[in-house]
Write a protein that binds this ligand. Structure first.
Ligand code: ADP
Ligand code: MG
Length: 192
């Protein structure tokens, strides 16, 4: 449930590609613990091993998503995500390289008086919905997985429905056709 104290439902993608599968899983669990310090983790997807996409990364990625109910505005949340990445040891060198942890904002809903409305943000530092959400199966499928339980419990509202229909159409041309990137569904990661 959203509340007046946590009016945002932020869909966050988590990814890790350095170390053993166990180390990646521990990294994701560490990130989830940090996220719990800025909101309530409501739903988590399963986590999946994927081949790297579009860059210099060579390792398999462990990817999934969750919904965080939070009071933080999207820019404040992004700031925290970058802090958490640094805290967990991430150092940026080149784009799309292997990384200990990646925390991206996929989509944000805001609770108005009666319904959940989607946010649309385009600034230098933050784009929401995430620019690659519908292109990358490793983002799209976990997103859909956590959207399903949320939308059965909380009315999404007309605007959100419209935006999701449009995103689904886009995904049909990209991520939905990209199922080959799924390598292996991995155990559910715990969030306490
Ligand atoms: P990527 O996630 O694309 O592999 P990085 O994690 O290095 O790359 O992020 C680079 C920058 O992307 C961040 O510093 C942030 O300012 C910007 N960015 C823009 N939109 C988003 C978003 N929705 N979620 C996370 N970062 C974003
Ligand atoms: Mg990122």
């Amino acid at each position: 449930m959203t509340s007046r104290l946590s009016p945002y439902q932020a869909f966050i993608a988590l990814g890790s590609s350095i170390g053993s599968l166990l180390e990646k899983k521990l990294m994701i669990e560490g990130a989830i613990r940090l996220l719990q310090s800025v909101g309530q983790v409501r739903y988590t997807s399963a986590f999946y091993l994927n081949y790297p996409v579009g860059g210099v990364a060579e390792n398999r990625f462990l990817n999934g998503a969750l919904v965080l109910a939070t009071a933080l505005k999207p820019h404040q949340l992004l700031c925290e995500l970058l802090n958490f990445e640094a805290k967990l040891g991430r150092v940026r060198q080149v784009p799309n390289e292997d990384r200990l942890i990646d925390l991206d904002i996929l989509f944000v809903l805001h609770q108005s008086k009666t319904e959940l409305k989607p946010l649309q943000i385009k600034t230098e530092h933050l784009i929401v919905p995430h620019g690659k959400l519908t292109e990358r199966a490793f983002m799209w499928w976990p997103f859909i997985e956590v959207l399903a339980p949320l939308s059965t419990i909380t009315p999404l509202g007309h605007e959100a429905q419209l935006m999701l229909d449009q995103l689904t159409q886009e995904a049909g041309a990209h991520a939905l056709a990209d199922q080959d990137c799924w390598y292996q569904k991995v155990v559910r990661v715990s969030h306490g």
